[in-house]
Design a protein around this ligand. Structure first.
Ligand code: ATP
Length: 305
């Protein structure tokens, strides 16, 4: 009996380890384009999370010499605040995320999490404190239940179900032939962009890290999916410090602070109402997106059935 028990127990361990590793792959897929060049300092301390405050202090960065991508970026995300980053393509939004994860080191200035320079702590402890909802979540050929469980592999079924409910996936799941046991992924049911993002949100809710970064999907969503994502994002932002790369106005309207980026700089920051009153970059972006929305709505109405 013992002879059987030990290998099975060991296999269970290997399985759990692999699942943990696979969950990390999602982060790699979404955020890594090159091998990380960054190494821990000798004897690097563990990051001590107290409140979840993030500070970018005069951060400068370039992927290559002679081409600066971020030119003196400073901002603070207070504990439990929701901060949205908007700006044209190529402005440097994703680069901010990559630096926060320390996939690269800043070339000037510093990034602090709860007062600790992220270069002084272990990357493992830093990444453990940060959850990510990528644009395009990786789904494995398993049930929805198991796919969500990747957020915290030791979570019970009840905890996974709660995360599914909070991520507003429940109605969708109930319509599936085998509910949460339905197989998804390459060999199972294909999920839409919005549904995949909600699986990623459910994983993040299960993990509940003190800091959450959310890369909003650029793909167009129907209004029901959009509403679902927005509600689950509010769920995340209620208890965690949340940083969102936002492409849709609906996401930024209720943010505590909106950072407007242009060519590697923060050119405006404030709430939606404050920024509209400034009548600057943000107000222009807002007007453009409003026009696009109106045009889309008109096209939808005039499309033949
Ligand atoms: P988008 O909204 O299109 O995702 P973004 O605001 O997130 O854009 P970044 O992805 O941060 O912009 O890119 C900022 C600049 O850095 C761009 O000019 C981009 O080409 C460049 N860049 C991004 N990643 C790399 C990389 N791995 N190597 C070299 N240059 C890069």
């Amino acid at each position: 009996m013992m002879q059987i028990f030990i290998p099975l127990n060991f296999l269970g361990f290997v399985y759990r380890e692999m699942k943990g590793a696979l969950a990390n792959i999602e982060k790699m897929f979404s955020l890594l384009t090159v091998e990380p060049a960054v190494k821990d300092r000798d004897g690097a301390a563990e990051l001590e999370i107290r409140e979840g405050r993030i500070e970018f202090d005069d951060v400068r960065f370039g992927y290559r010499e002679n081409r600066e991508i971020l030119s003196g970026v400073s901002f603070t995300v207070q504990p439990k605040q929701k901060v949205a980053i908007v700006g044209a393509s190529g402005a440097g939004k994703s680069t901010l995320f990559k630096l926060l994860f320390r996939f690269y080191d800043v070339t000037g200035g510093r990034i602090l999490v709860d007062g600790q320079d992220i270069r002084s702590v272990s990357q493992e402890s830093l990444r453990r404190a940060i959850g990510v909802v990528p644009q395009d979540a990786v789904l494995f050929n398993q049930s929805i239940l198991e796919n969500v469980r990747y957020g915290r592999v030791e979570a019970s079924d009840d905890e996974v179900m709660e995360a599914i409910r909070h991520a507003h996936l429940h109605d969708f799941v109930q319509q599936l032939p085998e509910g949460v046991e339905t197989l998804v992924g390459e060999r199972g049911l294909k999920l839409s962009g919005g549904e995949k993002q909600r699986v990623a949100i459910a994983r993040a809710l299960l993990k509940r890290p003190p800091i959450m970064v959310f890369d909003e999907a650029t793909s167009s969503l129907d209004s029901k999916s959009e509403r679902g994502i927005l509600e689950s994002l509010r769920e995340i932002a209620r208890e965690q410090t949340t940083l969102v790369i936002a492409h849709r106005l609906s996401t930024v309207v209720d943010a505590d602070v909106i950072l407007v980026m242009d060519q590697g700089r923060i050119v405006e920051q404030g709430s939606h109402v404050e920024l509209l009153a400034k009548n600057g970059h943000y107000a222009t972006l807002w007007q453009l997106q409003q026009q696009e929305r109106t045009a889309e709505a008109r096209t939808a109405v005039t499309q033949p059935l």
